[in-house]
Design a protein around this ligand. Structure first.
Ligand code: BG6
Length: 506
């Protein structure tokens, strides 16, 4: 029997494995490292995607030795890894771990790190290759970068191999600080060796958006203002801010999510076909879109921010944002943001893009909904079609990754009644192989030197140009309160109603 290529992974192209190298994680005891990075490294090892000569190096301010690091890494991987536990894989990985204790302003610790990397060239055959992952607060980036410059750690030439840096979002707090940060990073590393992480780009469905648009003939002809009424991009979370008050209260939803994840989703939805599937060509197209975005002239009508108040979620009573630990009782920080953006290009002029994100909403869901115009004419009676809505193509980024097409269909019976129905494609049903976690994919790409899924400098800067005036408009304003467990403030519904539209209930 001929194998079904969708179900039988055996005839896939062999995956590429990176060259021998070290991965240095700064801030290895932090939340991100424990929940995402260490588990992702284990998953890569388990899938055989790490080179035989691979060393994992943790750096953090703890008086720890290699064994303590191993204990933390084991616990993280066992709790959060995607793939099954395999003690042998773990033992192999753990033969090659190191921990360097130290604070970022301590020269001695960085000298130790530099000499450790030198020694690894001989002892572990890493050939001078190393990637540095900054999983640390952005305020710490400058001091770490300066240390790397001082010790010569960042230089490809001096170290006889490649040296790459991975910077976690947010990249700056506004355009000015992003320019400064980008300048600093580019002073120390060559631009091609800088990987800015926006983990949404590592999600399988986000990548599938490009496949959907550019590998098919069906969608692209209607992907424009002739046929599309509007686009809604939603990233809803049911969780609150957890233990991240210090970071979140100084950041807010617009800087945390809108500036990066949502604008990247918009760029991929709206961009033209790249001339080839390469990092450079995709960045060129995304940058064009990001630069063509304008805010509506009257932000009082088209930009809403909210803050969650106490309420109920999944049967549990939850606190309001201002009562979360370490959040000031008079905080003006938004936990919800919704905005209308316009893309001033021939393809999109006149099509509003509505973006919204929020914490403590009824459920966790991220989706891009392309809402089509209504058919210009219906040859059926009005009463038979009154429940017919707009055709929609919904790309569900998470959970239940897939694509849904909503269209009108005849209701069985003698009348010509037409109503909306859905046609679903679910990743989990069509493919047996589970999607890798975003961080798995992105860490692997860093080690392979493939920058396709990483935003460029210019994208970050263009995104801040959209967000800065919004933040200025909101500065000092009280956010609207919304009850935890509801779909954001009423003002967000009114914003769409004023345009004659409604939010989808995802
Ligand atoms: C991060 C934000 O970038 O994305 C968090 O800082 C948010 O506030 C998280 O919770 C959501 O990621 P995911 O992959 O769970 O949707």
């Amino acid at each position: 029997m001929t194998p079904n290529p969708l179900r039988d992974p055996s005839d896939r192209r062999l995956p590429r494995v990176p060259e021998p190298c070290a991965l240095v994680v700064f801030g290895v005891t932090g939340d991100l490292a424990r929940k995402k990075l260490l588990p992702a490294i284990y998953d890569l090892a388990n899938r055989g995607l790490l080179p035989t000569d691979f060393v994992l190096l943790g750096f953090a301010r703890r008086d720890w030795g290699d064994e303590d690091f191993e204990t933390l890494a084991r616990k993280s991987a066992q709790q959060h890894a995607r793939t099954a536990w395999d003690e042998q894989v773990w033992q192999r990985l753990m033969n090659d771990i190191k921990f360097v204790p130290g604070s970022f302003d301590d020269d001695d610790s960085f000298d130790t790190l530099a000499s450790t990397l030198d020694e690894l060239r001989e002892s572990h055959g890493i050939r001078g290759n190393a990637a540095f992952y900054l999983s640390i607060p952005p305020s710490m980036f400058p001091v770490v970068l300066k240390q790397m410059e001082r010790t010569g750690m960042a230089s490809n030439k001096a170290n006889g191999g490649w040296r790459r840096i991975v910077v976690e979002k947010p990249f700056g707090h506004d355009l000015k600080s992003a320019l400064e940060l980008n300048g600093l990073v580019d002073d120390v590393f060559t631009p091609g060796d800088v990987f800015r992480i926006d983990h949404y780009l590592g999600k399988e469905t986000v990548q599938n958006l490009m496949a959907l648009r550019f590998a098919n003939q069906l969608f692209e002809p209607v992907w424009n203002s002739n046929f599309v009424d509007s686009v809604q991009i939603t990233m809803a979370e049911d969780v609150g801010i957890g233990g991240r008050a210090a970071f979140y209260d100084a950041t807010g939803a617009a800087r945390d999510v809108l500036q990066n994840h949502l604008l990247q989703l918009l760029a991929l939805t709206a961009m033209e076909e790249p001339v080839e599937f390469s990092a450079e060509a995709i960045a060129v197209e995304k940058i064009k879109v990001l630069r063509a975005i304008t805010l509506p002239p009257d932000l009082t009508k088209h930009a809403v921010r909210g803050q969650y108040d106490q309420g109920w979620l999944a049967g549990e009573r939850v606190k309001g944002y201002r009562h979360e630990d370490l959040v000031p009782a008079d905080s003006l920080t938004e936990t919800y943001a919704a905005v209308r953006l316009d893309v001033q290009t021939r393809r999109w002029a006149g099509v509003p893009f509505y973006l919204r994100t929020g914490k403590r909403l009824p459920r966790r869901v991220t989706e891009i909904a392309v809402v089509f115009k209504k058919a210009p004419h219906l040859p059926f009676s009005k009463t038979d079609t009154e429940e017919l809505g707009h055709n929609q193509l919904v790309i569900r980024v998470q959970p239940d990754e897939g694509i849904t097409m909503k269209f009108g269909s005849k209701v069985p019976g003698s009348a010509m009644e037409v109503r909306d129905v859905s046609m679903d494609f679910l990743y989990g049903e069509s493919f047996t192989e589970a999607s890798p976690e975003a961080y798995e994919r992105l860490i692997l790409d860093v080690l392979l030197g493939d920058a396709t899924l990483f935003p460029r400098n210019a994208e970050v800067e263009a995104s801040w140009r959209v967000i800065d005036p919004l933040e200025e408009f909101w500065a000092g304003q009280q956010p609207y309160l919304y009850r935890a467990g509801e779909w954001g403030p009423k003002a967000a519904d009114e914003m769409l109603a004023a345009d004659g539209r409604t939010w989808r209930r995802p």
